[in-house]
Design a protein around this ligand. Structure first.
Ligand code: KIV
Ligand code: ZN
Length: 509
């Protein structure tokens, strides 16, 4: 039986962030990177420095701050990009440069207009250039699953000879089927003469819903690094999901006999943070971290789980950090119980933030019979959002109905502490609120997405609003939570506007 350890390479901040509408600021990326470090990720792909000044800044920030994980920067196979990637990560404790270049005839003929010989030479030369900066160099022949295997063997042999220490096999378009992808990995291990000098990695996209299956089959056949993202976010249908791969390896250790460095109890928290900051909601039936992943609806299942959890549960929810909560807080719960609950959920607030959050909890508990963990998570997320804002929503009031013109009055607290009030009419109450806010904040933008969800079941549930706005071609996500969905909508808009203003400020600075 095989033994050993699988390196977990997280690309949430690079391939995940590439997903349409993610739009993270450098500070938000750092916040995610720190959580990935706590999760125990071996390699954090922090971004693609040459792609934009914002990405360069974020990678540089992460490289300076992260101590426990290798920090990797992606680079095109050209000198300028490699020099830029190195510039961004040079201060990292463990820096890695990841060079990629297309390898399939489809890409060579239609996109790059280069011959196989030219590609081979560029790959070798650019790996050698990266090696001049750091010992830790990764190379990816892009679109590998649509490339003739013998040509991949040649490229890999050349880049390993030039110094690549990891060779990554991407299923860029997500077309592979497990058996076939496993054969490709086995072929590489058997036919590349110097493969013992590099780690074989895989990077699977989910266009056919097979990214995790392909990754696991590759690991079974000998790959020892897997590239993945939290919640499976990424280009198009996304990347292989980190939590699914890690929990498959752990739960079916009888089959794989492999370990990872991941502290699985940090999975749920990481998933919530990524969802919160990117604005990509996790579907309820998502494996491992979806709201229904550990819920048993049918009577037979409930009966079995009550008698013995393992009758219908293959994982203990606590192993992924979902607290097995028996304690439901209510209006009589004190500050101590609230603090304990927060700690169990992984939130450790300082005294001032705790007092603020406790006041918000009491207000909620006055309106809601039972305050669940999801309510508390939503409340804390709201606290964190308002901690770093320019304009604060102080008051919102609407008048609407089937025979009246929707009207909104809002009052905001400006950065200098001044209270600014205005009113507007709209086609509906949310439109009126947004127009009233626009009369004060005056930043041109377009609303491109608006979604309302309830945090828990029941008529007294908290409503969570997710919006996206676009300004100068950049998307900003905003979230807001309140029992009144108009108030939640106003908060979400303020959150998006505040993120837009923060990005504008960072650019001018
Ligand atoms: O999907 C892909 O091919 C990539 C490479 C840059 C590794 O993301
Ligand atoms: Zn990719």
């Amino acid at each position: 039986m095989k033994t050993g350890r699988v390196t977990i390479f997280d690309t949430t901040l690079r391939d995940g962030e590439q997903a349409a509408g993610a739009g993270l600021s450098a500070q938000e990326k750092l916040q995610i990177a720190k959580q990935l470090e706590r999760l125990g990720v071996d390699v954090i792909e922090a971004g693609f420095p040459i792609s934009s000044p914002g990405d360069f800044e974020a990678v540089q920030l992460i490289a300076k701050e992260i101590q426990g994980s290798t920090v990797c920067a992606l680079s095109h196979a050209n000198a300028e990009a490699i020099d830029g990637a190195w510039e961004a990560i040079r201060e990292a404790k463990r820096p890695r440069i990841h060079v990629f270049l297309s390898a399939s005839d489809i890409h060579l003929f239609y996109q790059l207009k280069k011959t196989r010989e030219e590609i081979l030479e560029m790959s070798r030369d650019m790996v050698a250039r990266a090696k001049g900066y750091t010992d830790d160099v990764e190379f990816s022949p892009m679109d590998a699953t649509r490339t003739e295997p013998t040509y991949i063997y040649q490229i890999l042999e050349a880049v390993i000879a030039a110094g690549a220490t990891t060779v990554n096999i991407p299923d860029t378009v997500g077309c592979a089927i497990p058996q076939e992808f496993g054969d490709l990995i086995e072929g590489i291990l058997n036919n590349v003469s110097n493969i013992d000098k590099a780690v074989v990695s895989v990077h699977c996209h989910n266009d056919l819903g097979l990214a995790v299956a392909n990754s696991l089959e590759a690991i079974r056949r000998g790959a020892r690094q897997v590239e993945c993202t939290i919640n499976g976010i990424g280009e198009r249908a996304g990347n292989a999901s980190l939590e699914e791969i890690v929990m498959a390896l752990k739960t079916r250790n009888d089959l794989f006999n492999l370990t990872t460095n991941i502290d699985t109890t940090q999975i749920y928290k990481t998933s919530r943070l990524v969802s919160e900051l990117t604005g990509f909601i996790v579907q309820p039936n998502k494996a491992i971290i979806g709201a229904n992943a550990f819920r048993h609806q049918s009577g037979i299942h409930q009966d079995g789980v009550i008698k013995k959890a393992m009758t219908y549960e293959i994982m203990d929810p606590r192993t992924v950090g979902i607290p097995a909560s028996t304690l439901v807080l209510g209006k009589l719960s004190g500050r101590h119980a609230f603090k304990e609950r927060l700690a169990e959920l992984g939130h450790f607030l300082d005294e001032e933030a705790l007092s603020h959050a406790f006041r918000a909890f009491k207000e909620l508990a006055d309106k809601k019979r039972a305050v669940t963990d999801r309510d508390i998570e939503s409340l804390i997320a709201e606290e964190l959002r308002t901690a770093s804002e320019f304009y604060h929503l102080d008051h919102v009031e609407v008048s609407c109905g089937d025979h009246s013109i929707p009207t909104a009055t809002v009052r905001l607290i400006a950065p200098d502490g001044q209270a600014l009030a205005d009113a507007a009419l709209g086609t509906g109450p949310v439109d009126a609120v947004y127009k009233a806010i626009n009369r004060i904040v005056r930043v041109p933008n377009e609303l491109t997405e608006f979604t309302v969800n309830s945090v828990t079941e029941g008529i007294d549930a908290i409503g969570e609003v997710l919006i996206r706005i676009e300004s100068n071609g950049v998307t900003y996500t905003g979230r807001g939570a309140a029992m009144d969905i108009i108030v939640a909508s106003a908060k979400a808009y303020m959150n998006a506007l505040n993120r837009l203003l923060a990005a504008k400020k960072a650019r001018t600075e």
